[in-house]
Design a protein around this ligand. Structure first.
Ligand SMILES: Cc1cc2nc3c(=O)[nH]c(=O)nc-3n(C[C@H](O)[C@H](O)[C@H](O)COP(=O)(O)OP(=O)(O)OC[C@H]3O[C@@H](n4cnc5c(N)ncnc54)[C@H](O)[C@@H]3O)c2cc1C
Length: 395
């Protein structure tokens, strides 16, 4: 039996919900069906590695919207239902329960954690993306003495900070010279790395992991290419995420590290992708980019809804993400290119409160706030301008 709907949103999380809400706000009165593989009501991921892991929030506090708000949207939400394939020509999705055909299909299936080659499935070895991962890791950390985090990116750094504050002895191991170096550039990465070192997080940077030691049926350590084993009672592998596109294999869509879309998130006639799964072409540069951040998920939802409503949005602002580690709040506006030069434009680096412009060939590509969130926003107008154009966009 085939169910028919106006809009089918596949993926009940940040991007999917943003699309459904924006459609209703914009006056769409057709049927909206949202399916999600998880059994949990739509929830937010940023608190998982911070408040939920720390135990400051009960897991259900991370829900994105109250139940009555979702009821009020008048959408059909089917949780625990997984999309298995899509026929882009007929816009028909086969799910674990049925077939659904739609006037518009929104692909919002996000990403899933990457694992290391040959990574075993053993007790004490965790990946981290879903609320159940946060609960399971927290339970293990409450009993643990030593955690090794494999991964020196944003998720690894956040988990390390939270676990250290829980009183666990933490070591981060990864291939980069500094924490979050590819996301923050060398200058800010050094400041972050020093922050972790000063707090007492062990850092084994510039190291390759080749395997895991087992002890009594549990993970016992992390093996490095040098032959050394870092002992651990708990290990988290946080080595990035891959877009969830396996179900689109025979869809007829272009998929290459994400669903390829035009600048309006359109993958094919009546088919859109939003959030972490979408690789969107930049209307100006023509290059395509897949972003994994919370604001991007919301923005894509707004863009897709506007397209479906026939009221296209103009270009959106610079990409933006934040991360909280220890008491430090970091805001990143724009994308920091490799080799970017850092100039402090407000505040004081030594005092732990500053705004920096990250420039390449003298042109600002990104603005970073370090414990200066509000002030950093005031400098966003500098992006695209020469670093020394002092008054550009600063209100
Ligand atoms: C632990 C953590 C902390 C983060 N912290 C920050 C932060 O501090 N700042 C920031 O800017 N960003 C942060 N992010 C990134 C941000 O949360 C993501 O960019 C955002 O969740 C992406 O939303 P999404 O809806 O595109 O995808 P997801 O949130 O991944 O949701 C996709 C949903 O689709 C479902 N799904 C997958 N396959 C199928 C299928 N075949 N059928 C049906 N449903 C399916 C999944 O189960 C999932 O619920 C964090 C991410 C994580 C994991």
């Amino acid at each position: 039996m085939t169910t028919e709907t106006g809009v089918l949103v596949v993926g009940a999380s940040a991007a999917g919900l943003s699309t459904a809400e924006a459609l209703r706000r914009g006056g769409y009165d057709g049927e909206i069906t949202m399916i999600g593989a998880e059994v949990h009501a739509p929830y937010d991921r940023p608190p998982l590695s911070k408040q939920v892991l720390a135990g400051d929030w009960a897991p259900d506090r991370a829900v994105l919207r109250a139940e009555d708000h979702i009821d009020g949207l008048g959408i059909t939400v089917a949780l625990g239902e997984t999309a298995l394939s899509l026929d882009a020509r007929t816009r028909t999705v086969r799910t674990s329960r049925r077939e659904i055909s739609a006037d518009h299909v929104v692909i919002a299936t996000g990403a899933h954690p990457r694992s290391l080659p040959g990574q075993p499935v053993i007790d004490g070895l965790h990946s981290f993306r879903f609320v159940d991962d946060a609960t399971a890791l927290r339970a293990d950390l409450l009993e643990a003495r030593r955690l090794v985090v494999v991964g020196d990116g944003v998720l690894g750094a956040e988990i390390a900070a939270t676990a250290h504050e829980m009183g666990v002895d933490v070591t981060v191991v990864g291939p980069q010279a500094g924490l979050m170096e590819s996301q923050l550039g060398g200058g800010i990465s050094s400041v972050l790395t020093e922050l972790h070192a000063a707090q007492g997080v062990g850092l084994r940077l510039g190291e390759a992991v080749v395997g895991f030691a087992e002890s009594g049926g549990r993970v016992g350590g992390v093996e490095l290419a040098t032959g050394e084993t870092l002992p651990a009672d708990v290990v988290v592998v946080a080595v990035g995420a891959a877009p969830v596109t396996d179900w689109l294999r025979d869809s007829g869509l272009d998929v290459d590290d994400g669903v390829l879309c035009d600048s309006a998130c359109r993958a094919a006639e009546g088919i859109y992708a939003a959030g972490d799964v979408a690789r969107v072409r930049d209307a100006v540069t023509g290059t395509s980019r897949r972003l994994e951040n919370r604001t991007n998920a919301t923005e894509h939802g707004l863009t897709v809804a506007a397209e479906i409503l026939g009221q296209p949005r103009g270009p959106v602002g610079a990409p933006y993400f934040w991360t909280d580690q220890f008491a430090t709040k970091i805001q990143v506006h724009g994308v920091i290119p490799r080799g970017a030069e850092m100039t402090v434009v407000e505040g004081d680096l030594a005092a732990g409160r500053f705004v920096a412009a990250l420039s390449i060939d003298g042109t600002v590509a990104a603005i970073v706030g370090w414990n200066m969130a509000k002030q950093s926003r005031r400098h966003v107008g500098r992006i695209g301008h020469t670093v020394h154009e002092d008054q550009v966009g600063v209100g």
